[in-house]
Design a protein. Structure first.
Length: 474
């Protein structure tokens, strides 16, 4: 299996540190609002990656943090006139509800920055002792230039970074820094109402970047297999994580860096973000959109490619998912009904080839689009066999299991997909279908056609099969 490593800019053969096990850290949300679908894209992408590793038999130790203290949280807590911890708890619970609706598996662990203050202080002290960090007026900064490979992950030139840093650092902060490139590990409390903890340097709080270095190394070890997150985290967040972690431990931090593409909106395909006010929250979208459709929409695009959000693209995902559902319904119907089996070498060969194509695609840096295309090509072959008087039951049972497993990798529960919610007009539909079937038996073709048209007007498609009449909603 090959994975694209952002650090080396190449696809590399994946070899875990421990055979059969994978340590995986994915940067989680800053919990000051509901997650938008740009945030959810990262959650879904890495959940899908995790599921495929588990499909291949790996045990995945999956850690994803909650950043529950930073400037945005402090400001939002002031606006809402509540504590930062209350704000965090509310949006952590909302996150769990929204991601559960998208069938995201719970992480092995979700550490919170505010629970790790002692470990963070200890980590910062290590960096100071080793000469990589220094205290200045109660703040603590990292000496960026001291880390030799700074900028390698995001392909940044140190000279260009210096110019950019000079433009963005205010005068007061610049006076506290030795170098414009240096970044904060600890921030002194500025106002009395700011959440803060005692430290050897000041009453204050940790910087954002140090949190993930501490939590990943604490719970997964000094060196981990995979570190993931959105492309926007490559610089400065992940670049700073590397500098901090490797300076503190003296060991390689991450073997494989994986970054997902953005969700874009509009004709200009602008990145969706809270700062641009062009976002749609999962919380709101789930009020009008089937969560399985939203999950499939995000999971069915290669994790490194951007996804353009639009109602048209959501509808396309819904239509594709419906085709998978129709085949699964047909499989369940015939396998439950048919007692006559007839071997079909052609069907068996098609299923085996699809399985090989699926794994080949997914093993190529999780190429989900090619994997789905392989499955999609199998559907008409299965449906053709299902329409015969005799079906290859063993082959079709195998196909049913494979489809269930494959869709499960994309976070689609076939059980939920096939669950029919009873609606008010169900009894009326059943009555009309029965009347039509009786009319057909009586060869009352005009009445049969009239009833079919009536059902069609109600959004019902009627299918006449050798095993009887079936109906489904369009």
């Amino acid at each position: 299996m090959k994975i694209y490593n952002t650090l080396t800019k190449t696809k590399e053969e994946f070899r875990p540190i421990k055979p059969g096990e994978i340590s995986m850290y994915v940067c989680g949300p800053t919990v000051y609002n509901y997650i938008h679908i740009g945030n959810a894209r990262s959650v879904v992408a890495f959940d899908t990656i995790r599921r495929y590793f588990e499909y291949k038999g790996y045990r995945v130790n999956y850690v994803s943090n909650f950043t529950d203290v930073d400037d945005k949280m402090i400001n939002e807590a002031r606006v809402q006139k509540i504590s930062v911890s209350a704000l965090a708890q509310h949006y952590i619970e909302a996150y769990r509800v929204d991601t559960a609706a998208l069938n995201v598996q719970p992480a092995t662990l979700n550490p919170r920055a505010t629970n790790e203050i002692t470990a963070i202080i200890k980590f910062i002290q290590q960096l100071i002792t080793k000469g990589y960090a220094y205290e200045s007026a109660g703040d603590v900064y990292y000496r960026t230039r001291k880390f030799a490979n700074y900028g390698a992950l995001s392909s940044q030139n140190i000279t260009e970074l210096e110019a950019g840093a000079s433009e963005h650092v205010n005068v007061a902060e610049q006076k506290r820094k030795e170098d414009p490139l240096d970044f904060a590990l600890w921030k002194k409390q500025k106002q009395a109402d700011e959440i803060a903890w005692a430290s050897p340097w000041s009453l204050g709080r940790p910087g954002w970047h140090i949190e993930c270095s501490v939590m990943s190394t604490k719970y997964l070890g000094n060196t981990i297999d995979i570190h993931g997150g959105g492309q926007d985290l490559e610089f400065p967040h992940h670049e700073n994580e590397i500098a901090q972690s490797e300076a503190a431990t003296g060991e390689k931090f991450v073997h494989y860096w994986m970054h997902n593409g953005f969700v874009t909106v509009g004709a200009d395909q602008a990145k969706m973000s809270k700062s641009l006010h062009n976002f749609v929250t999962v919380h709101d979208l789930l009020k009008t959109t089937d969560p399985q459709v939203l999950r499939f929409f995000m999971a069915s695009v290669h994790y490194r490619r951007p996804i353009n959000y639009s109602t048209e693209n959501l509808e396309q995902a819904k239509n594709i998912l419906q085709k998978f559902k129709n085949t699964l319904v047909n499989l369940a119907y015939r396998l439950n009904d048919s007692s006559i089996s007839d071997k079909s070498p052609a069907v068996q060969a098609a299923i085996a080839q699809t399985e090989r194509n699926f794994i080949k695609a997914m093993d190529d840096d999780l190429n989900v689009q090619n994997a789905l295309a392989a499955i999609y090509d199998l559907l008409p072959i299965l449906n053709a066999n299902l329409s015969l008087a005799k079906v290859d039951k063993e082959a079709l049972k195998h196909a049913q299991k494979l489809l269930t497993d494959w869709l499960g990798i994309f976070g689609i529960s076939t059980k939920k997909l096939l669950t029919t919610v009873k609606k008010q007009d169900d009894d009326e539909i059943v009555r009309l279908v029965a009347q039509r079937e009786q009319a057909r038996k009586n060869k009352e073709w005009a009445k049969s056609d009239e009833l079919r048209d009536k059902l069609k007007a109600m959004g019902i498609t009627v299918e006449d099969t050798p095993q009887g009449t079936r109906w489904r909603r369009d």
